[in-house]
Design a protein around this ligand. Structure first.
Ligand code: PEP
Ligand code: MG
Length: 883
């Protein structure tokens, strides 16, 4: 039989985190670079995989191997597991390849029993510490490894503290803790029908099984689903000699960040809680002190550690440490979760410090993270006064109605904006956090669960807000100054300042920071793909240009018709019964179109602008048929004049004539223009006239006119002629000319299949992947997201909605094919994409590989696309150099 993978920290160097788990990897590396790590060993992820492959059977021989490693450590430390002389105790911690904070189980103080506890009390001359450690073991072990009800332990502890008149666990007298231990054992007996095991090896084996099982507990699964972590990875188990942070006032435990995880500032950051075990800091039960306030020597030592860690891991580290009787130990390190602001600053600073390359710095920031930097924050001029203040744990602002219970949050979060308000959060609250806009907690520090998880999700969080008190029934909270907020009331939280406001506070768009601009500047130097923007209004065009768009890839002209003073004209135009009427209404729209185009061309200062000619789904612009029918009934009932009835009848008949069964694949786009070419004729004239006006004053715009929804080359050639003739007419009228191009959208499968033929006539292509996805799948883009896609995702039929991330094997195949065919006919043909996928980092990888010239996305996503395009280039380089 193959050797089971159980390895001492010092033996496992060189293996990756997929084998060792993230925590194990950190421990192995820290041991290798000489940091003070308590000795231990790792049960690798292979064991977990085997356990699940055998449907929950412990792999044969595993426990023997564990015993062997325990003996090695006994030999090394000169102590004995379960021995009465200097007892050796272990912690057993889960550690998956990707951090899943608090989602799986951990058991500390293994090896304590009635005998060793007594012995520990004698050796340390600290009875309280020894029995408190034992109490913690029985509590954790009882709950996690034996299935006792955790609430029962909590109740006993609470009652004991109340009767003793103390607030903290640690303030109970040794005698009282001994009593608690007795009662805890009784809980296990009652809840499980078994005794708490006295044999340390039995404890260890049961703890290992409990951790293996915890890989598949409900909250871990939920977390993996949210973060897209594969179910097949498994967890490793770290078994490590215990050091005690709770053995007196010269001991303690803490969490450190090598840089500030909120702002990215290069300064040791963290929290320390004296006389405590690690979990106390993370759980936020007591509020710890900042590492700025610990004694000089410890601070200097921690700063040394931070430097060494960054020098080795080349990234910001989040580490856990324990001080036992004045000696520092490191228990964990990992790349620190950080806010978007910090991610950008750390990446840029580390490149400047020479710790990482420019390419690395660009790869370090998840493009999606930028979203939070580009979104709204509280308007400083709003003038609202906060009703309470807590810690500024995760930046950004959010408004929503107050919900106190996680289950309720998960239920209502889909349909309304909520703020989850909790005394503190635990891993059980993950689904509530996912469903909410932001979180507010009464207790806990900057490294508490709520703070860490919210930062990871990019959601605003205010934690440790002791100024509010939640009532027992969880129906309201009251602030120190007496403001009462009931469940369902709206509040606003600002995670950048830690403030809480009543009601909804006005918000503003953010300005990109200097570091973000530097990072994007580096990305621009790396990327091959250009990034353009979809913008239909002059304001959107200006915003797009400010965010770095190199052109406009899609200006949807039908969106320009939505304004209240334009809609009636559009309606009248559509309803026209003859060409003459239609033309009359069309030319009423001309001045509006002209002025919009002038502003857009001006805003883009000579950069390319693709104006898509009208693609107007008729049903969006027609009066609803039902309303007209009801109106007709009313007219008749109140005996309206015959003329009025006749007029309504005409409208009704026309709407009936025009209405369609499937408007999204009906008389839309170029099909409508083939029927009524005068529409494109008017638009062409407005576009080119505007371009000439702008060119006369400054930089000539680069005009690209685009025809939507083409499926047949004949549609394109017919309409191109309409456009060219309109242009000729205008040039003749005005006596001047301006260059322009006419291109097509590729948004039907047939256009992709016949791209070679279409390219003979078209100056450029732009993929409309919204419609291309709709028509390739045969899924209605307006209906599916709410109706059946969620079920498909749940069953794994689809991994992501194809409307969010381009479908590589279907739609992606059409894209690659159309690019090849198009460029075969017309070498160097310019090709872009302007569907929503243009701003999706995953899709950008595909578009980059397919050889597109640009992606075009909404203005706010332009920075995300710039970064994603650079990362796509780097990935492509890496894969082509390894092939
Ligand atoms: C598309 O279909 O991808 C597209 C950009 O056009 P619209 O969304 O306006 O149909
Ligand atoms: Mg379209």
């Amino acid at each position: 039989m193959a050797k089971l993978r159980v390895e001492l920290f010092e033996e496992a160097v060189g293996q990756d985190k997929f084998v060792l788990g993230g925590k194990g990897f950190g421990l192995v590396e820290m041991t290798a670079i000489g940091l003070p790590v308590p000795p231990g060993f790792i049960v690798t992820t292979d064991v977990c995989k085997e356990y699940y492959a055998q449907r929950g059977k412990v792999p044969g021989g595993l426990f023997d191997e564990i015993r062997k490693e325990v003996s090695e450590i006994e030999a090394k430390t000169g102590r004995k597991f379960g021995g009465s002389e200097k007892p050796l105790l272990f912690s057993v911690r889960s550690g998956a390849p990707f951090s899943m904070p608090g989602m799986m189980d951990t058991i500390l103080n293994l090896g304590l029993n009635d005998l060793t506890t007594e012995r520990l009390a004698q050796i340390t001359k600290n009875e309280r510490f020894a029995y408190d450690s034992y109490r913690r073991l029985i509590q954790m072990f009882g709950k996690v490894a034996m299935g006792a009800d955790g609430e029962h332990f909590e109740t006993i502890l609470e009652e004991r503290k109340k009767s003793a008149g103390v607030k903290m666990d640690i303030d109970l007298s040794p005698k009282e803790i001994r009593e608690v231990v007795k009662e805890f054992k009784e809980v296990i007996r009652k809840d499980t029908g078994r005794e708490f095991p006295q044999d340390p090896h039995t404890q260890l084996e049961m703890a290992v099984v409990a951790v293996l099982k915890s890989w598949n507990n409900a909250r871990a699964k939920e977390y993996r689903k949210y973060y897209g972590i594969s179910e097949g990875l498994g967890t490793a188990i770290n078994i490590q000699v215990m050091v005690f942070g709770n053995s007196g006032q010269t001991s303690g435990s803490g969490v450190g960040f090598t840089r500030n995880p909120s702002t990215g500032e290069k300064k040791l950051y963290g929290e320390y809680l004296s006389n405590s075990q690690g979990e106390d800091v993370v759980a936020g039960v007591r509020t710890p002190v900042s590492v700025d306030k610990v004694d000089q020597m410890l601070r200097r030592e921690l700063e040394e550690v931070a430097k060494k860690l960054e020098g080795h891991f080349k990234d910001m580290q989040d580490f856990e440490f324990t001080v036992e009787d004045g000696k520092l130990y490191l228990l964990q390190t990992r790349n620190g979760k950080r806010t978007a602001q910090a991610a950008v600053k750390v990446a840029v600073d580390m490149a400047k410090e020479g710790l990482i390359s420019l390419e690395d710095s660009v790869s370090r920031v998840e493009p999606e993270m930028l979203e939070t930097l580009l979104h709204r924050r509280l308007d400083p001029s709003a003038g609202d006064k906060p009703i309470a203040k807590g810690l500024d744990a995760s930046p950004g602002a959010a408004s929503g109605v107050v919900v106190f219970e996680t289950d309720e949050a998960a239920k209502v979060g889909g349909s309304q904006k909520i703020i989850l308000v909790r005394p503190e959060t635990t891993p059980e609250d993950i689904k509530g956090l996912i469903a909410s806009q932001g979180v507010l907690t009464v207790r806990g520090g900057m490294t508490s669960h709520a703070a860490v998880v919210a930062r990871g999700m990019g959601k605003p969080a205010v934690v440790g807000c002791g100024e509010i008190e939640i009532d027992k029934e969880r129906t309201r909270f009251v602030t120190k100054s007496g403001v009462s907020i009931t469940k369902g009331e709206t509040i606003t939280i600002d995670g950048t300042t830690g403030s809480v406001y009543k009601g909804e506070v006005r918000m503003v768009d953010p300005e990109p920071s200097a570091e973000l601009n530097e990072l994007l500047g580096s990305a621009d130097r790396i990327r091959r793909l250009q990034v353009w923007a979809n913008a239909d209004t002059p304001e959107a065009a200006r915003k797009a240009r400010d965010f770095g768009a190199q052109g406009i890839g899609l200006c949807r002209t039908e969106r320009m018709f939505n304004a209240p003073n334009r809609l009636p004209i559009v309606r009248a135009m559509i309803m026209s019964r003859n060409d003459e009427d239609r033309k009359k209404h069309l030319y009423e729209l001309f001045p509006f179109q002209l002025s919009d185009f002038v502003e857009i061309f001006t805003a883009m200062r000579g950069r390319p602008v693709v104006v898509r000619l009208l693609d107007l789904p008729l049903h969006e612009f027609l009066p609803p048929l039902e309303e007209l029918l009801v109106h007709m009934q009313e007219l008749k009932e109140r005996g309206a004049p015959a003329g009025e009835i006749r007029e309504n009848e005409l409208i009704l008949n026309r709407v009936t004539e025009l209405s369609e069964h499937n408007p999204m694949i009906g008389h839309r786009g170029c099909r409508l223009a083939v029927t009524y070419p005068e529409i494109y004729e008017m638009q062409t004239k407005a576009i080119l006239k505007a371009a000439m006006e702008v060119a006369a004053k400054g930089e000539p715009p680069r005009v690209k006119i685009m025809i939507p929804l083409v499926a047949i080359a004949g549609e394109f050639t017919y309409l191109r002629k309409v456009i060219d003739e309109a242009a000729k007419e205008l040039f003749k009228e005005t006596g001047s000319e301006i260059p322009y191009q006419v291109g097509t959208m590729i948004e039907t499968p047939r256009a992709a299949l016949t791209a070679g033929e279409i390219a003979l006539y078209s100056d450029f292509f732009s993929f409309g992947t919204n419609d291309l996805t709709q028509t390739t799948f045969g899924f209605s883009r307006d209906d599916v997201e709410a109706k059946f896609i969620p079920r498909y995702l749940q069953l794994g039929i689809l991994e992501k909605s194809p409307f969010d991330s381009v479908d590589g094997s279907g739609v992606g195949k059409l894209v690659r094919m159309a690019v090849d065919e198009g460029r075969k006919s017309k070498p160097g043909l310019e090709i872009g994409i302007c569907g929503e996928h243009g701003g999706d980092p995953k899709s950008i990888v595909l578009f980059n590989e397919a050889g597109l010239n640009y992606v075009s996305c909404s203005a706010f996503r332009v920075p995300i696309a710039r970064l994603a395009a650079a990362q796509a280039t780097l990935t492509q380089k890496k894969t082509s150099s390894t092939v």
